[in-house]
Design a protein around this ligand. Sequence first.
Ligand SMILES: [Zn+2]
Length: 251
Amino acid sequence: MKPFKVRLRFYGDLNVFLRSKAGDAVIERRLAEKTSIKDVIESCGVPHPEVDLIFVDDQTVGFDHTVEDDAKVEVFPVEELGTFDTDKRLQHFGISRFVADGHLGRLTRNLRLLGFDVAYRQNADDRRLLEVMACENRALLTRDRRLLMHGIVRHGYYPRSQNADEQTIEVVRRFNLSDLIAPFTRCLRCNAPLEEAAKADIIDRLEPLTKIYYDQFRRCPDCKQIYWSGSHFPKLQKRIDEIRSRAQGQA
Ligand SMILES: [Zn+2]
């Protein structure tokens, strides 16, 4: 087969994945055999779960589209979705359950604080992460882009920031979760939904001052951790409000 040339242009923040940070995010690839568009895009460093719309010579295509001649390719991230009203989008919203890799403990805690279901084990290996993702239909959160490129990953996200609060805002935006935020409803330690607990049932586990000052409690049915709106509460509430308002705005 005669070698041919593919020119790819990446839009929005997909350029964070490109090896060359310079220029206008156009990359040229020489190919000598038929190749799926998914493989061509990933050879540029961009994981497929980050890609929401692909045009090849001005036509929308799916990941399994085969490139066999000179072609002009345009690749869009999820954030630019609003621009195109098309059923050819490759990602979809409506996902609110996640599995996070072992480096994202603080992000996991934040998302649980907002009420989201995030499976997390600090020492889970890649195989285990992919298994939980596939079996429980969760989106994979990881900063390991190789892992995100794995063929069985359908939904996933690579947090751009290294800061947990920024990552939380990114995830809420990316998966359109603002309306689903339900703070203080999930165990931060083990992810189980919390239950109301009558004070009388747990009073023997409370510190003396907590017994005096607080009347409303929630308990984790799995790890038995008890939660109440103690002195740390206003500070947490403020952080949650800030995350929520920043996730809704563009600031
Ligand atoms: Zn728990």
